[in-house]
Design a protein around this ligand. Structure first.
Ligand code: ZN
Length: 331
């Protein structure tokens, strides 16, 4: 009898501890998500703010949006998509457009993307990359992870393919897409031209379609949805330099534990998307990252300081050049 009572007591204790642990976990944002969807809009900088974007606005109505996050100091695509997906600066990952277009990347690299980090933590996790620019699947996301990879050089057709993918019942744990058409218009017309804003509005429609397909397939119930830009454009077309129009980028996050109306803090960078995605999926961040969780993003989660030690050269260099960028704020 005594034995039966103690077994029952032990079971009760174990059960109540387990349910307490579960309750504490469910209120936390760490590991609170089954899926993270990252939609990259190449060349969009901060300019969704100045366009008519009803889809973006409805998706992030209760989300957190920062239009003045900082890009990598070199405001070029590979440097920035590389940092957004690895959480380290371009000085560390060393990706350039020509390297990523020509050199396949594998998971034995020193600074892996969040795809490799998730795959190592959860080998069964479904991974998917849908990209316009082929360098993403070739030279940025590692090729030996068994991810579903699609490359289509037309944003509209790429959107069709993404919606079909979700409608077919695919439920990736980590999904990344890069839409490229806004960048083409930036190169052709510059960041003050009506043509550039018209293309942002077209892409806003694509983002709405992607989000709606996730919603109707139940993927947003425990999904985190992120829209991020790699860099902006000069008025005089193109990018790569230090001006504020090139450097300011949007980071927008929607999900069940995101602070409604959050703006993230002033130190937010687009590379922080790597830290945010890992945090949401409950994957420990490797020590080498200089990405961090911004304040005013997740409910009840304070911001972290960016590690200077992890990337001293970038910390120093990005501070040295910042006054130059500030001088261009009025352009
Ligand atoms: Zn780009």
């Amino acid at each position: 009898m005594k034995k039966t009572i103690s077994v029952l007591l032990a079971l009760f204790l174990a059960f109540s501890c387990a349910s307490f642990a579960f309750a504490a976990q469910s209120e936390d944002s760490f590991g609170a998500y089954d899926h993270v969807f990252i939609i990259g809009v190449d060349g969009a900088g901060r300019f969704f703010k100045d366009a008519n974007t009803p889809n973006f606005d409805r998706i992030f109505k209760d989300g957190a949006v920062d239009y003045t996050a900082r890009a990598e100091t070199i405001t070029i695509s590979a440097q920035n998509w590389g940092s957004i997906l690895t959480g380290v600066s371009y000085l560390r990952h060393r990706m350039t457009n020509s390297v990523t277009e020509s050199t396949p990347r594998t998971s034995d690299t020193k600074y892996p993307t969040i795809f490799t980090l998730l795959h190592k933590a959860d080998p069964a996790a479904k991974l998917a990359v849908y990209t316009n620019w082929g360098a993403i699947t070739k030279g940025i996301v590692e090729n030996d992870l068994g991810a579903d990879e699609v490359q289509i050089g037309d944003d509209g057709q790429l959107t069709d393919a993404m919606c079909e993918y979700f409608d077919a019942g695919n439920k990736p744990k980590l999904f990344f897409s890069q839409l490229d058409s806004v960048d083409h218009f930036g190169h052709e017309y510059g960041s003050k031209a009506p043509e550039y804003f018209a293309q942002i509005e077209t892409v806003d429609g694509y983002i709405g379609r992607i989000y709606d397909s996730l919603t109707r397939n139940g993927l947003m119930e425990n999904g985190l949805f992120i829209v991020v830009a790699d860099h902006g454009h000069r008025v005089s077309k193109g990018h790569g330099g230090l001006t504020m129009r090139e450097t300011n980028v949007m980071v927008a996050v929607a999900g069940k534990t995101v602070a409604a109306g959050g703006t993230m803090d002033k130190d937010t960078r687009n590379r922080d998307v790597a830290a945010i995605a890992l945090y949401a999926l409950g994957v420990e961040r490797p020590d080498h990252m200089s990405a961090r969780i911004p304040a005013n993003l997740f409910t009840g989660v304070g911001g972290e300081r960016r590690s200077v030690r992890n990337d001293f050269a970038d910390a120093v260099f990005s501070r040295i050049v910042w006054p130059i960028t500030l001088c261009t704020a009025w352009i």
